[in-house]
Design a protein around this ligand. Structure first.
Ligand code: NAD
Ligand code: GLY
Length: 377
């Protein structure tokens, strides 16, 4: 976990015309945050939004780096956890930004996991009709997924991520040293999103993960390679389909089953998002096998790898159990991916060959889930 500082960061560009930005990936990059932010927004004042856990671990290093670059920064710290993606905390962040007199030409820095990135990014999108913001993701999930691509938002009483905006950051700094303090379970959950990129569109990357996962977990050079490869794939997809008119939906591999399972456990710690995605991806490959889209060994290969790194791949692994097939299909039907009673799924013809299936019969899904639930007994 203590590899030396990398000399040059890996740069991945997200090509979006006048909203183009870089993702810088490397160990120790926080030290360059002031210079990088200052180069993009000379003279701007900065507000750092973070959660209490991350702030306790990393905020002073960030503030020191900014001070050394002569940048004036203020801090807004909210409670950690999914509950921060709420109207009440959004109000707290917006009030904090206004009290600090953050103006249109100033800058917001989101320092935290996906919750802080989504919340601070949304506050930046709406405050004064739009402020620039920088993502400094501190979880693996945020470094490979949520900090890239411009989806921001909060949750509503009616569901997750229902209030939001597309608002791209002007820079993403993925300092891999920040992951040293991340609990193992959170790191593993983020790894599910890395595996997702291989499974959805890069068979060679998935094969690489099968042999190099231990290096990714141990913090060797493979970790930065895995993060950069994931970011490159997300950046390319977002550049082609920023608003999810088509291809971007592939990034939802495992999420239709996964979201239903997360909803079934009340979006609680019983199942982290990445854990639900691991289970959901396994189910998506098994469902594809049932539909005769791919041979059984391909689905078995997916489950073997995810199980091997300690992620859940069977419904029996959902702590406290999960509801029956009817309830799970009902939860899917409330998802954003339903159209005129038919479900949209990301299915696969093999590892690295996912596709969007917009017309899946809920009865087929129900029968499949009933079978999978019966297997656990
Ligand atoms: P999170 O932000 O809640 O972070 C998980 C936990 O880890 C928190 O308790 C946090 O305080 C702690 N933590 C963060 N960094 C740490 C560090 N370096 N050391 C120690 N502890 C640390 O959760 P997450 O998994 O990063 O993100 C999940 C959120 O991301 C969800 O709300 C999900 O909807 C959202 N998301 C958004 C997108 C998008 O495209 N915008 C994509 C995927 C997920
Ligand atoms: N995490 C899915 C997306 O960004 O589209």
């Amino acid at each position: 976990m203590t590899a030396p500082l990398s000399r040059e960061p890996i740069l991945v560009n997200v090509a979006l015309g006048e909203r183009t930005y870089d993702i810088a990936i490397g160990r120790g990059l926080i030290a360059s945050l002031g210079a990088r932010a200052g180069a993009l927004k000379p003279g701007a004042r900065i507000a750092i939004v973070s959660d209490a856990t991350v702030a306790g671990l990393h905020l002073s290093a960030v503030e020191t780096a900014l001070a050394e670059a002569g940048v004036d920064a203020t801090r807004i710290v909210v409670a950690a956890g999914e509950g921060a993606k709420s109207f009440a905390i959004l109000e707290q962040v917006c009030d904090g930004l206004l009290e600090a007199k953050i103006e249109r030409g100033d800058l917001v820095i989101a320092l935290g996991g996906g919750v802080i990135g989504d919340l601070a990014g949304f506050a930046a999108a709406v405050l004064r009709r739009g402020l620039d913001f920088v993502q400094v993701p501190t979880t693996l999930l945020a470094q490979v997924d949520s900090a890239v691509g411009g989806k921001t938002g909060i949750n509503a009483r009616h569901g997750k991520n229902l209030i939001g905006a597309f608002h791209q950051p002007i820079l993403v700094i993925a300092d891999t040293a920040l992951l040293d303090t991340l609990p193992d379970r959170e790191f593993r959950a983020g790894y599910a999103e890395i595996a997702k990129y291989g499974l959805l569109g890069d068979a060679a990357f998935f094969a690489w993960l099968e042999t190099h996962a231990s290096d990714v977990f141990a913090g060797g050079p493979g970790r930065e390679h895995a993060i950069a490869t994931s970011c490159r794939m997300k950046a390319a997809i977002v550049a082609r389909d920023e608003r999810e008119a088509g291809e971007r939906a592939l990034l939802n591999l495992g999420h239709t089953f996964g979201h239903a399972l997360e909803a079934a456990v009340g979006f609680s710690d019983r199942l982290l998002h990445g854990e639900a995605v691991a289970l959901g991806m396994t189910l998506a490959f098994q469902f594809s096998e049932r539909l005769r889209l791919l041979p059984a060994p391909e689905a078995e290969r997916v489950a073997r790898h995810l199980t091997g790194v300690g992620l859940p791949t069977r419904l029996s692994e959902v702590p406290g159990g999960c509801p029956d097939a009817d309830r799970l299909v009902d939860l899917m039907a409330q998802d954003k991916k339903v159209r005129r009673g038919r479900l949209t799924f990301i299915l696969a013809r093999g590892v690295g060959a996912a596709f969007i299936a917009p017309d899946v019969d809920p009865a087929e899904v129900r029968a499949f889930l009933a079978e999978k639930l019966a297997e656990r007994c």
